[in-house]
Design a protein around this ligand. Structure first.
Ligand code: ADP
Length: 665
C-alpha cells in the first residue's frame, strides 16, 4: 500500500530582509515560535542568494534598501521558476496608494505590512501565510503519490476501471483497456461495461454481479469473455470490489490459460476416448480368446470321446488271436488314432501357450530314465524305417534334476519324432551333455541329430513359426501341422532355455536345446509315478462307472473285467447316485460330461450329502476334456481324488485305481 506523506515535524524558513539589522532583530523577536526558522539578509543580493539555496516559506522584504530595493528583489524572485511561488510580504513606509506599482506579480502571494508595524496584524499575516505554505506543500506531496498511483494503474497488465453499480457505466478506466481490447479510452468512458462483454456471456455475467450484490458481497471474482474491437474474444478474470455504490474492477487477461486448459481437456477427452476404444478392443480380444479356448476344449472332448473307443477297442482286439494282415491293419488304426491324439494335444497346447496359460512345473525327476523311456517309445518307429536310434548321456549326469519332466519329454519327443520322420536312412541320435555345472545346477545341452533331408538355409527361422513347414509338400509327404517346433520353442523359452538348429539339405539336421536345471536334493521325493505297474493286482474290486457313451461303457467293462474286477454301469450322475445308495463300491469312475446330472455335481452330492464311510469313497474322474484352465483344481474342488484323460491307457487306469483304493484303506 502506498503511504500518505509522513507528518514530519514541520519547520518553515522565514527570510527577513532589511538593511537595518535592528529591524531584523525586532521582527525575529516578534515572530519567533515553534516550527519557525529565521534566515536574515541585510541586502537584496544576500536575500536572493539565501532564497536560491534554501526552501523559503515566506519573505518579509523591506522595500527601501540601498543598491537593490525590495521591489527589484521581488521582481527577480518572481522571474525565477524556483522562487516564483514564495509568498512575499513587503514591509514599507510607502503610502497605501503606491501599492499599485506592484501590479503584475501574478504568481505567488504578495502582501504588505506598513511601518510602523502593527504587532497583531503582523503576527496574524505571517501565521496565515505560513499556514498557506504548509497546506500547499502537503497538497504537492499528495499529488506526487497520486501521480505514482496513476502511473502504476496505467502501466498495469490488467484492466482497472470504476463503474456505477446501477447503470454499469464506466467512470474511470486505465490505459490498458486500449491495448488489451482495442477501444479508445475516450469512447469507453460513460458507456456500460456490459457493452464490452462477449454477447454470449453478458446475461450470465450480469446475473453473477447482481447476485453477489444482492448477497451484499463486497469482493467477488468471476471469469468471462470480452469482445475486442476487432471482433476477437479475450478471457478475463475479474475481481470486483464494491465501495460507496461504485464498483472497482480489476480484470486480468487469462486467454492463454483458457486456451491451454481447452487444449488439455481436448487431449484428455481424446485419451479417454482412445482408452475406451482400447478397452473395448481388449474386451473383444479377450472374448474371442475365450471363445477359441471353449471351442478347443469342446473339440477336444468331441474327438477324444470316440477316439477312446477306437484306440481302446483296437488295443483289446490286438490282444486276441489275429492273422498277420489283420494285426498289421489294426496296428495302422492304432497308430493313426494315436497320431490324431498327438495333433489334438498340439493344437490345445498351442492355444494354451497363446493364451499365456501354459505354466512350467518344477519337481525332481530322473533324467536318465526319462531319456530311456523316450528311446523305448520311439524304437519301434525307427526300426520300422530301418533307422538306428542312438542315445548318448553324459556320464556325470546327476541322478535327479528338478524341472518339468512332462514338458522336457514333450520337447525331446517332438524333436526325435521329427528326426525319424524326416530321415530316410542312417541314424537319429539324442545326446545330452553337461555344458557346465555348479553345486546347485547343471547347464544341459540336449541335441537331436539326424541324417535326413535337412532344411534349406532360408527356412531355418521360419520352421519355428506356427503352421509353417519347410516345403510346400511336407504335409502330403510326411504329415504334420507345423505346430510342433512352435510349441517346442515356446516351452524351451518358458524354461528360460534356448533352441537353435543347424542343418544342411540332404545331409541332416541338428536341433540343440540348452537349459539350466537345478540339481535335486539327494533325499528328494519321487515326483514321477513311473512305478512298476505290470505286477499290480487289484483283486476283486466292486467298481461303479458313470458313463453315458455306450461304446465307452463296453470298452470300460472289458478293460475292468480284464483287471479281474466287477463293474456296474450308470448312464448319468443321477442313476449313479441311485446305484451308490443301494450298494457299496470300492471306487467310482466318473465321466464328467453326462446328461441329467454331470460328474462334478454327482461328486459334490456324494461328498456333502452322504454320511461316512460312504461319502469318502474314492472317485476317479474320466474325462475327454483337457481344460485350458487348470483342470486339476476343478476336479479336486468338486471332491474328486484324481482324474485320467480319455483315451486312457489301461495300465495307467489300473495304477490309479490301485493307488486310490490303497490310500483309502
Ligand atoms: P510338423 O512336423 O508337424 O510339420 P514342426 O513344427 O515340427 O511341424 O516342423 C516344422 C517344419 O520344420 C516341418 O514341416 C519340416 O519342414 C521342418 N523340420 C522339422 N524338423 C525337421 C528335421 N529333423 N529335418 C528336416 N526338416 C525338419
Amino acid at each position: 500500500m502506498f503511504k500518505k506523506p509522513e507528518n514530519k515535524e514541520k519547520v518553515a524558513n522565514i527570510l527577513i530582509v532589511d538593511d537595518v539589522s535592528e529591524n531584523i532583530f525586532a521582527l525575529e523577536k516578534l515572530l519567533a515560535g515553534e516550527g519557525r526558522n529565521f534566515l536574515k539578509a541585510t541586502s537584496g543580493k544576500a536575500a536572493l542568494k539565501l532564497a536560491y539555496s534554501n526552501e523559503i516559506a515566506l519573505i518579509l522584504l523591506d522595500v527601501q534598501m540601498p543598491e537593490m530595493n525590495g521591489f527589484e528583489v521581488a521582481e527577480i524572485l518572481k522571474s525565477n521558476k524556483k522562487t516564483e511561488g514564495i509568498s512575499i510580504i513587503f514591509v514599507t513606509a510607502i503610502s497605501k496608494e503606491q501599492k499599485y506599482v506592484l501590479k503584475g506579480y501574478e504568481t505567488g502571494a504578495v502582501d504588505y505590512l506598513f511601518k510602523p508595524l502593527d504587532i497583531e496584524i503582523t503576527k496574524a499575516k505571517v501565521s496565515t501565510y505560513l499556514k498557506l505554505y504548509h497546506q500547499q506543500k502537503e497538497l504537492g506531496e499528495q499529488n506526487v503519490v497520486l501521480e505514482n498511483l496513476a502511473s502504476l494503474v496505467d502501466n498495469s497488465m490488467d484492466i482497472t476501471c470504476i463503474f456505477d453499480l446501477d447503470s454499469f457505466k464506466i467512470e474511470e478506466v486505465n490505459q490498458t483497456f486500449k491495448p488489451l481490447l482495442g477501444y479508445e479510452l475516450t469512447d469507453v468512458i460513460g458507456t456500460p461495461l456490459l457493452d464490452y462483454f462477449h454477447s454470449e456471456d453478458v446475461n450470465e455475467t450480469k446475473k453473477i454481479i447482481q447476485e453477489e450484490l444482492a448477497n451484499n458481497s463486497d469482493i467477488f471474482v468471476f471469469e468471462n469473455r470480452m469482445k475486442c474491437k476487432d471482433g476477437s474474444e479475450k478471457w478475463m478474470r475479474w475481481k470486483l470490489v464494491v465501495k460507496n455504490n461504485k464498483c472497482f474492477a480489476n480484470g486480468a487477461d487469462i486467454t492463454i490459460r483458457k486456451q491451454t486448459e481447452k487444449k488439455l481437456s481436448e487431449n484428455l477427452a481424446y485419451l479417454v476416448r482412445i482408452n475406451k476404444e482400447l478397452s473395448e478392443a481388449k474386451r473383444v480380444a479377450e472374448a474371442s480368446v475365450k471363445i477359441k479356448q471353449d471351442f478347443m476344449a469342446n473339440m477336444s472332448h468331441e474327438i477324444r470321446t470316440p477316439m477312446n473307443a477306437i484306440i481302446g477297442f483296437t488295443n483289446l482286439v490286438l490282444k486276441t488271436n489275429l492273422d498277420e494282415e489283420q494285426r498289421s491293419s489294426l496296428q495302422s488304426v492304432k497308430i493313426s488314432g494315436e497320431n490324431l491324439i498327438v495333433i489334438i494335444n498340439d493344437i490345445l497346447d498351442f492355444s494354451k501357450i497363446e493364451a499365456g496359460k501354459m505354466s512350467i512345473e518344477s519337481s525332481p525327476f530322473d533324467m536318465k530314465s526319462l531319456l530311456n523311456e523316450l528311446m523305448k517309445l520311439q524304437k519301434q518307429t525307427a526300426e520300422d524305417k530301418g533307422i538306428s536310434l542312438v542315445l548318448k548321456v553324459d556320464d556325470k549326469m546327476p541322478a535327479r534334476v528338478v524341472g518339468d519332466s512332462v514338458r522336457i519329454n514333450q520337447i525331446l519327443l517332438n524333436l526325435l519324432s521329427n528326426g525319424i520322420k524326416f530321415t530316410g536312412k542312417g541314424k537319429v541320435e539324442l545326446e545330452v551333455k553337461i555344458l557346465s555345472e555348479t553345486d546347485k545346477e547343471v547347464n544341459l545341452e540336449m541335441s537331436v541329430q539326424d541324417s535326413g533331408i535337412g532344411i534349406p538355409a532360408d527356412k531355418l527361422t521360419d520352421i519355428f513359426e506356427s503352421f509353417t513347414q519347410a516345403k510346400g509338400d511336407t504335409t502330403r509327404k510326411y504329415g504334420g501341422t507345423g505346430l510342433g517346433l512352435t510349441i517346442v520353442k515356446k516351452l524351451v523359452n518358458l524354461m528360460k532355455g534356448e533352441i537353435k538348429v543347424l542343418s544342411e539339405p540332404d545331409k541332416g539336421s541338428r536341433f540343440i536345446v540348452t537349459v539350466a536345471l537345478p540339481k535335486a536334493a539327494a533325499d528328494a521325493k519321487k515326483a514321477d509315478d513311473t512305478d512298476d505297474i505290470k505286477d499290480i493286482q487289484l483283486g476283486k474290486l466292486n467298481i461303479l462307472l458313470a458313463e453315458d457313451n455306450e461304446l465307452n461303457q463296453i470298452l470300460a467293462k472289458r478293460v475292468i473285467n480284464n483287471f479281474g474286477c466287477e463293474l456296474d454301469i450308470a448312464e448319468n450322475g443321477k442313476l449313479a447316485l441311485e446305484k451308490f445308495r443301494e450298494k457299496d463300491y470300492d471306487i467310482i469312475l466318473m465321466d464328467i460330461m453326462m446328461p441329467e446330472m454331470d460328474g462334478l455335481e454327482a461328486t459334490k452330492i456324494i461328498r456333502n450329502e452322504f454320511s461316512a464311510p460312504k461319502k469318502n469313497i474314492p472317485i476317479l474322474a474320466m474325462t475327454a476334456f483337457i481344460f485350458t484352465e487348470s483342470s486339476d483344481n476343478k476336479y479336486l474342488e468338486a471332491g474328486m481324488n484324481d482324474y485320467i484323460l480319455k483315451p486312457f491307457n489301461p495300465d495307467k487306469l489300473k495304477q490309479k485305481i490301485a493307488k486310490l483304493v490303497q490310500n483309502r484303506e
